[in-house]
Design a protein around this ligand. Sequence first.
Ligand code: SF4
Ligand code: SF4
Ligand code: SF4
Length: 581
Amino acid sequence: MKKVNVTINGIQVYVPADYTILQAAREVHIDIPTLCFLKDVNEMGCCRMCVVEVKGSKTLQAACVHPVKEGMEVLTHSAKVMKARKATLELILSNHDGDCQTCTRSWMDCELQVLANKLSVDTIRFQGNPKERLPIDEGISIVRNNNKCILCRRCVSACKKIQTVSVIDTINRGYSTVIGSPFEMPLGETPCVNCGQCINACPVAALAERNQTQEVWDMITDPDLHVIVQTAPAVRAALGEEFRMGIGHAVTGKMATALKMMGFDKVLDTDTGADLTIMEEGTELINRIQNGGTLPLITSCSPGWIKFCEHNFPDLLDNLSTCKSPHMMFGAILKTYYAEKEGIDPDKIRVVSIMPCTAKKFEAQRPEMECDGQRDVDVVLTTRELARMIYDAGIDFVNLGDSDFDDPFGNASGAGVIFGTTGGVMEAALRTVYEVVTGEQTDSIDYEQVRGLEGIKIATIKIGDLEVRAAAAHGLGNARKLLEAVRAGEQFHFIEIMACPGGCINGGGQPLWNSSVRSWRNIRQERAAALYSEDKNSHIRKSHNNPSIKKLYKEFLGAPCEEKSHHLLHTHYNARGYYED
Ligand code: SF4
Ligand code: SF4
Ligand code: SF4
């Protein structure tokens, strides 16, 4: 790449010619404030927060989109620049519903608040345009509050460009501009897949998950109920971030201790459900390959992906694995096998899932997710909601000791842990499928071909005489590309799809980071590394070797994909039109 010389605040820097001023300034440790900018998601220079002086230019330029040029001279913090930024921020604030005291983002790093502090905005000189309060769209997973929206359009880009769902956009003009859905329908009635990537992109509290923490406190404090909590793999890789413990730091033991202190009757690991999923899905894959079933088999753990498939690829519904997702499978087992074993009336059991995912809230209330009149899972909380409850309970999380998950399921396998990242479900399945098909035990179980953050990973894996052609896609834009290739005739045996870029580690319910961190640090990679490290250090790294899974089949289920497991652990999906009735 050709390089150019640029002078920023008198400091010379030699940078690639395709850099923006914002990128060049970072090379000399100058932080230009941004608001609408989110690297690789939203780069449009609309908020004017990053304006700088460029010698020879009559107007201020937006550093996030303005390219560098040989000999360019830039001032990033001149008096003129500071004055313009401050005035722009005051104008944004003057139209913002700023009830910070009761706002969830105030507690969790609101980018607008941080910026007001950084720019020393202590008064607002402008009178906002008085507007009627806009209605709040409260969906099953997502809550949209346009009164707090600052029109940065980061959510629009996340939905359109990254997820290719495109159910939100700017509507109206001038002062009436808002972010809206088609025909201003509630998001829940559109093809929104509840992935929450718009929440992750939003710098303020205009988008959030539905808060169900009080529902869970009410369950915990009801003496008649036996409340079980299960936690997904990706939660442990990120929960510590809410307590300022750094990125990529697994807090499995502290999390288990905190959940016990909060009063849950049993603290269990969704990784057990992941091990169960592998037994079922691995068997399904082998059956389909050996008996001429529909291929490729496509994973079904990600509920955002399932809804996307129902709306956009109904012709591929038969390709979906019939397996319920791990926490749903585990919920069904808890209300049957566990209830029977422990002598508890299933009507008195409540299952709470802590998930990195907002779409799991939608999944939990789907009619398909129940068995014999029992909901598989009663409430889903995100990682962020769990953190709020830990704060509510006055628990000093950082200084907690470690605990194990409770019996009778205990700790799960490392294969279950890596479910939380892109390629992980596939790797976990291959570890089991290899040994079942060949009858050989192997230590070569790190399938590097399906690891990493490339959008679509394709690998051919030799299993005995069979060459399994596999692919993993993460982020729905990548999924769409891969599935168009399948429609066009490209052959695969097995495909893993996760709705969120990076997989569950970057789910819509995970801790939020300011764009100045998120744009420049590979948070997904750091969280994934925490999971791979936990897998590496696991005692058991293959799902079929998990002793509690072996016992479950022996005592209750029989064999994978047989009658009982089909009844409890499998389901089916249906095509959806563009709008819900
Ligand atoms: S979004 Fe930020 S600035 Fe607005 S009310 Fe919430 S914390 Fe305050
Ligand atoms: S939840 Fe996902 S699909 Fe729905 S609006 Fe947000 S980004 Fe789009
Ligand atoms: S909802 Fe959030 S991300 Fe979307 S435009 Fe408004 S402030 Fe920006």
